[in-house]
Design a binder for this molecule. Structure first.
Ligand SMILES: Cc1cc2nc3c(=O)[nH]c(=O)nc-3n(C[C@H](O)[C@H](O)[C@H](O)COP(=O)(O)OP(=O)(O)OC[C@H]3O[C@@H](n4cnc5c(N)ncnc54)[C@H](O)[C@@H]3O)c2cc1C
Length: 411
């Protein structure tokens, strides 16, 4: 049986490999080289503790002050606001406590299965060294927010997520480079990261090719599902496969329109800086609870990621967002206060649906056409488990996680 996987980000790469493992003859198609979408520049952190949907009463209450703060984590370019409104309305509605509880439950189930799925995937391709049990520190600068940290720890304990409160000398021993102004932290001892997200994509791709996988660098412009398979329209050819799985991240909405599916998918633009490794060494990924950004030690250097900019797919990166990331990381790591540092800048598109859940499903009217996209801030975390789920669905096998919340026609 032949299958086309469209989109060679981390989700598509994991999916292509998983389909090969199950005996399919796989062609991977991307308009670009593999791993250059959102999967290129993420923080490499497997954020399994992020079980809250993005839309909660708490985040909505904080949204205005985050937006008005010039270095704040939320940006809504005014020129895009009118196009964003329908998505925003759904996003706000998703904060309703009853629905949010269902989304939290679904995210928790997916995240709980995420690291074991990565372990299986990496063991299979001989790349287990990519995954490190690094632990994670979530830090607060305001000493009067000690109770916030304790409450967050208690909340996560209810979900089986272990945390330890650390402060003072113990915190300095764990991370000697942290600014004196950092008051306390929650340590997540079980948290994991990958060594280098782009290198991971390349390892997945090499394994895929070594197993006979075909790569076609072409844009797919339209999908035509038929009784016995799916035809993909590229600028130069019509390609027919027994099955097709669409893993096109933030660009999936248009392709789904070609098969009469409307999904309220938005691109959450995120920014990164990568600071050459010789300048600083952190022992763990570190997130700031107050500034809402993450610093992650990778093989290529210290990666600083943050900002949620709801600005669509077309807008160019906005320079001052990089300055905001510089501002925040210098506050937490004073050794970075050196203008001569070599720093690279990047912006990518997180694929986000209003309920914060991905789509992992098949077309309701065409069983040969399947989907795995919409993983918001958690696409690296959830890639391997999503791949297992969508390929099980294609093969008519039971799924490791209840698939109901991830239906494509839920909107
Ligand atoms: C700054 C930042 C930091 C992040 N940090 C983390 C993190 O630490 N942990 C985590 O879990 N997640 C993180 N994320 C989120 C994560 O990176 C994404 O959710 C994930 O990479 C999405 O993967 P994907 O394969 O779905 O999409 P992508 O990697 O964007 O891949 C989609 C691919 O589809 C291709 N494509 C699109 N349309 C077409 C078409 N019509 N025809 C052919 N090809 C097409 C694109 O070229 C692209 O290669 C972060 C994101 C950002 C922006």
């Amino acid at each position: 049986m032949t299958v086309a996987v469209v989109g060679a980000g981390v989700v598509g790469l994991c999916t292509a490999l998983e389909a090969q493992r199950k005996g399919y003859q796989v062609t991977l198609i991307d308009r670009d080289a593999p791993g250059l979408g959102a999967s290129f520049g993420n923080a490499g952190y497997l954020a399994t503790e992020l079980i809250d949907p993005l839309s909660t009463p708490k985040t909505l209450r904080a949204a205005l002050s985050m937006w008005l703060n010039p270095h704040g984590p939320l940006a809504l370019p005014l020129a895009y606001l009118h196009r964003l409104l329908p998505w925003l309305v759904r996003f706000v509605a998703a904060a309703h406590p009853h629905t949010a509880a269902n989304y939290r439950e679904a995210l928790h189930r997916l995240n709980r299965a995420a690291v074991p799925a990565w372990q299986r995937c990496l063991a299979d391709i001989g790349a287990t060294e990519q995954l490190i049990q690094s632990g994670y520190l979530l830090v607060w600068e305001s000493a009067d927010k000690l109770e916030d940290a304790k409450a967050h720890g208690r909340y996560l304990t209810q979900w089986g997520i272990r945390t330890e409160l650390v402060s003072g000398a113990a915190l300095r021993r764990m991370e000697p480079e942290l600014a004196e102004g950092v008051s306390h932290a929650l340590f997540f001892p079980d948290a994991s990261q990958v060594r280098e997200p782009y290198q991971l994509c390349m390892q997945l791709f090499s394994a895929f090719q070594a197993r006979g996988g075909q790569y076609i660098q072409q844009a797919v412009n339209a999908l035509s599902p038929e009784d016995r398979g799916v035809t993909l329209q590229t600028p130069s050819a019509s390609l027919m496969f027994d099955h097709a799985i669409i893993c096109t991240g933030a660009w999936s909405k248009q392709l789904l329109q070609s098969v009469d599916l409307q999904v309220p998918l938005e691109a959450e633009r995120g920014y990164h800086l990568t600071i050459e490794a010789k300048h600083i060494k952190l022992n763990h990924p570190i997130g700031s609870a107050e500034r809402r950004f993450v610093m992650s030690p990778l093989d290529s250097g210290l990666r600083v990621v943050g900002i949620t900019e709801l600005g669509g797919l077309a807008l160019k990166p906005i320079k001052r967002r990089f300055d905001s990331l510089r501002h925040h990381c210098r506050k937490l790591l004073p050794t970075l206060n050196d203008p001569s540092l070599e720093i690279s800048e990047w912006m990518g598109h997180r694929p986000t649906l209003p309920d914060s859940l991905p789509v992992i499903d098949r077309h309701p009217g065409h069983s040969h056409l399947l989907f795995a996209f919409g993983h918001q801030h958690l696409g690296l975390t959830q890639a391997a488990i999503s791949a297992e789920m969508v390929v099980s669905l294609m093969a008519g096998k039971p799924q490791a996680v209840d698939p109901l919340p991830f239906r494509v026609d839920r909107f």
